[in-house]
Write a protein that binds this ligand. Structure first.
Ligand code: NAI
Length: 267
């Protein structure tokens, strides 16, 4: 409750006068909380209407994000429940989006999970689950909504990779593989979609202060901070504003890139 309250208090201060995404619509996967939530709000602040996606178990939180966008940012927001690791569910969601909302221009592949363990102890189900939520979802959503994005005058695919996809991390063989896969996906698809004027990019955040990171034991968090030259975790807002930049016309000549943001942790 306190975390929720503080979160929306911070949003109150957003400047809604700058509208780089007016007339555009964005789908953000897994945006009931964390980085995705902030991305949805920043895109709306810049003028985009938003399709909010998350699992049905996150409905209450997702509705709060939608309500905030409609009441404070004067944009349309519509929630579609879907498990993005399941392509049939994503196809069903697309039909609902078309019936209730319209087409999207910008896809942000944000939904992600971790199931950490040393490789020797990692079970196949934890490998499968992480790969399917983090990487299959990127195929499922991009493939399913591609016709919308190709039709747009400002089509964008932006995916959340991670520093772990580039440098690896103990206990995260599954997560690192999924996030490295997103980098390959981004570079290959960017080349295919250049002819449609669609840009395809990824961001690779370091450790960002969300539940995924804040839930780690204090000792582990302190150890990590000591390895970050900026000596702090990143903020969801810092990731969200980079995603917003990639979605905007300001980034029209950037494609196939992976933008690192990790406080100097990995260069
Ligand atoms: P989070 O755990 O706070 O939020 C993830 C959201 O995705 C949740 O709302 C969850 O319900 C949703 N989700 C999970 N499985 C889903 C599914 N199958 N279908 C639809 N929605 C689903 O995570 P956080 O920290 O906000 O991370 C967002 C993205 O950023 C993830 O892809 C994560 O891997 C990536 N990332 C996070 C970093 C961090 O330090 N927090 C660093 C680098 C990357």
């Amino acid at each position: 409750m306190t975390e929720e309250k503080n979160f929306f208090d911070e949003i109150e201060g957003l400047d809604t006068t700058c509208r780089r995404l007016s007339g555009l619509s964005a789908l953000v996967t897994g945006c009931a909380q964390g980085i995705g939530r902030r991305i949805a709000l920043e895109l709306a602040k810049e003028g985009a209407d938003i399709v909010i996606n998350d699992l049905s178990s996150q409905k209450e939180k997702a509705n709060k994000v939608a309500q905030y966008i409609e009441s404070h940012l004067d944009r349309e927001a519509w929630m579609v429940e879907a498990d993005v690791s399941d392509i049939e569910d994503v196809k069903r969601a697309k039909t609902q989006v078309e019936e209730n909302f319209g087409k999207i221009d910008i896809l942000v592949n944000n939904a992600g999970i971790n199931r950490d363990n040393f490789f020797t102890k990692m079970e196949k189900k934890d490998w499968d689950q992480v790969l399917s939520v983090n990487l299959d979802s990127v195929f499922n959503c991009t493939h399913t909504f591609l016709d919308h994005i190709q039709d747009s005058a400002q089509g964008r695919v932006i995916s959340l990779s991670s520093v772990v996809g580039e440098r690896g991390n103990i206990g995260q063989v599954n997560y690192a593989s999924s996030k490295a896969g997103i980098i390959g996906f981004t570079k290959a698809l960017a080349q295919e979609l250049v002819r449609d004027d669609v840009t395809v990019n990824a961001v690779a955040p370091g450790f960002i202060a969300t539940k995924m990171v804040l839930d780690m034991p204090e000792k582990v968090k302190d150890k990590i901070k000591k390895q970050i030259p900026m000596a702090r975790f990143g903020k969801p807002k810092e990731v969200a504003r980079t995603v917003t930049f990639l979605a905007s016309k300001d980034a029209s000549y950037i494609t196939g890139e992976v933008i690192r943001m990790n406080g100097g942790f990995y260069l």
